[in-house]
Write a protein that binds this ligand. Structure first.
Ligand SMILES: Cc1cc2nc3c(=O)[nH]c(=O)nc-3n(C[C@H](O)[C@H](O)[C@H](O)COP(=O)(O)OP(=O)(O)OC[C@H]3O[C@@H](n4cnc5c(N)ncnc54)[C@H](O)[C@@H]3O)c2cc1C
Ligand code: FES
Length: 353
């Protein structure tokens, strides 16, 4: 069973000079049902024959009939440059079914909640989907978005956000923070760091009334914002993160391993179970891939959760985890790209996504 499915590109349009919104149509739409905040993982073979896998958050609200991602060009980035330069309507791309748990949907349309969100640059994509969904599905809830960008010209989805503000009058408050800005007040200029959060919370945003906060952007910024939110009374389970990238860690950098004992791994994928000899220095994912399993993965950096699997016997050590919640880890789930066996035998199950 292939994990990747064909999607027809129906439109590619620029949202800024360096970012494109790509609309897609699935051959089998049921496979691409999603909840707000989820992402697609694309597979693309570049000119050198190398297979690339990259994840992009869905930016439209679910159940609106639109499958859309926003791809911002990263300087020197292979996939994002290809997508911005070469992707055209009529082309076919391959993606896995939607994944990710950034937003846990609420199912109470009568709820009157107050949401906060913080986005930097392309970090707006999952948040746009979440805020469109919440404003549509919870008519009594309110949303405040703090959106940081380099300059006004680099604001992705600027028109869409303005439209939402007009459509949901009084329920969506958008605070733009621009790094380089001509005449805005000092509060709305500079970096979105801890100091900026404190200033915003003192003058503009009432954190005490917030029920939940969503953060998507570079890691240092997310940690700063989360610290500020915690200092103002939000609890861990009220703060949700989505990370787009992280510095890869190798096991050696984290764990002083003196042994290289053999490991018997039992891997179950797509209903078939196979026993494999491996070692403690090879991740569970690499063990699966090098033994011919079509195990799911994308970032290989502990960020996207595409490679999530469950440990049903034995013990593993996870050297980085930027994606799983504590309760998932407590239930035995690991990121297989970051998980290394520390027992002589280990059993791993990749569940159907
Ligand atoms: C769950 C998830 C959702 C994502 N959603 C989106 C999205 O909606 N829109 C979007 O534009 N991107 C998103 N990303 C990031 C995206 O997957 C790619 O990492 C990014 O487009 C760069 O890929 P590339 O092939 O162009 O760059 P690469 O060729 O992989 O990298 C080139 C250089 O850029 C650096 N780099 C890689 N990613 C970033 C980044 N995000 N910011 C700054 N520098 C970087 C690398 O370290 C490297 O030095 C998401 C990532 C994850 C894990
Ligand atoms: S492949 Fe992204 S977390 Fe493992």
């Amino acid at each position: 069973m292939s994990r990747f499915h064909e999607l027809l590109v129906t439109e590619v349009r620029k949202t800024t000079r360096d970012a494109s919104v790509v609309s897609l149509r699935a051959k089998d739409p049921a496979l691409f049902d999603f909840v707000a905040g989820q992402y697609l993982t694309f597979r693309h073979v570049d000119d050198t024959g190398e297979e690339l896998r990259r994840s992009y958050s869905l930016c439209a609200a679910p159940n609106g009939g639109t499958l859309q991602v926003g791809i911002k060009r990263v300087e020197g980035g292979v996939f994002s440059s290809w997508a911005n330069d070469s992707l055209r309507a009529g082309m076919t791309v391959e993606a896995m079914a939607p994944m990710g748990g950034f937003h846990q949907p609420f199912d109470d349309p009568s709820a009157a909640r107050s949401y906060l969100a913080f986005a930097v640059g392309s970090g707006i994509t999952p948040i746009l989907s979440i805020l469109s969904t919440l404003l549509r599905d919870e008519p009594n809830s309110r949303f405040t978005l703090v959106f940081a960008n380099r300059s006004i010209n680099t604001i992705m989805f600027r028109d869409e956000l303005e439209d939402l503000k007009n459509r949901f009058l009084g329920r969506l408050n958008i605070v733009h923070i621009l790094k380089t800005s001509g005449d805005d007040a000092e509060l709305f200029q500079g970096r979105l760091d801890r100091e900026k959060c404190e200033a915003l919370f003192a003058q503009w945003i009432d954190v005490a009334r917030a029920d939940r906060a969503y953060i998507c952007g570079p890691e240092p910024m997310m940690l700063d914002i989360a610290a500020a939110l915690r200092a103002h009374g939000l609890t861990e389970d009220q703060i949700r993160f989505e990370l787009f990238g992280a510095a890869p860690k190798t096991r050696r950098a984290v764990v002083q391993s003196t042994k290289n004992d053999g490991v018997q791994a039992t891997i179950t994928l797509d209903g078939a179970t196979t026993e494999i000899s491996t070692n403690r220095e090879t991740s569970i994912l690499d063990t699966a891939l090098t033994n011919g399993f079509d195990a799911p993965y994308a970032c290989k950096a502990g960020v996207c959760s595409t490679c999530k699997c469950k440990i049903t016997a034995g013990e593993v050590e996870m050297v980085a985890n930027h994606a799983l919640e504590d309760y998932e880890v407590a239930d035995g789930y690991v990121l297989s790209c970051q998980a290394f066996a520390i027992s002589e035998t280990v059993s791993v199950v990749y569940e159907d996504h």
